[in-house]
Design a protein around this ligand. Structure first.
Ligand code: OFO
Length: 177
């Protein structure tokens, strides 16, 4: 049984994960328009992942007899100054999500909700991985250089990152099966 306070906080997290999914979908569309196929594939996969994160909380709330609420969708930006700027925004958003997960963990202790604390461990680890991934992408872009003549190389690099992430995800699913 969820406390009202926890239910409200988890519903806010649903909103944040849902916004991340739409923001990354918008980024995927911008990349497609710019001819950055590797980046577009990466952002589409990230968008799908965020939707899965949102649904995981959605089902958890229902499982513990709470009421999961579908949030209103805030319109994400449609254009980005450069690939580097776009990934900086992704990193900033992930940091915001991490902060919010940490606040949820703190709330678990405040209201003695150890079931939710256990549920949130997966998110704590996921956020650590996501932040590390975005930092490594920003480092690569910095090394390659963000000039227009380097976009082809950046896009190829992100394509490789995406393929590695897909392979890791498939291996994880296999191990869980
Ligand atoms: Fe779900 O926000 Fe990061 O991964």
């Amino acid at each position: 049984m969820l406390t009202k306070k926890m239910e409200t906080a988890l519903n806010r997290q649903i909103e944040l994960e849902g916004y991340a999914s739409f923001l990354y979908l918008s980024m995927a569309s911008w990349c497609d328009n710019e001819g950055l196929d590797g980046c577009a594939q990466f952002m589409h996969r990230q968008s799908d992942e965020e939707r899965a994160h949102m649904l995981r909380i959605f089902h958890y709330i229902s499982d513990v007899d709470g009421h999961a609420i579908v949030p209103a969708v805030k319109k994400p930006p449609a254009k980005f100054k450069s690939v580097q700027e776009m990934f900086k925004q992704v990193y900033t958003h992930e940091q915001k999500v991490t902060k919010s997960i940490n606040e949820l963990v703190a709330l678990c202790y405040e209201v003695d909700d150890y079931g939710t604390l256990n549920f949130l461990q997966w998110y704590v680890e996921e956020q650590r991985e996501e932040e590390a991934l975005m930092r490594s992408i920003l480092d690569r872009i910095k090394l390659i250089g963000d000039g227009p003549q380097n976009l082809y190389f950046i896009d190829n690099e992100i394509k490789k990152v995406n393929e590695a992430e897909m392979a890791a995800g498939a291996a994880e699913n296999e191990a869980e099966a």
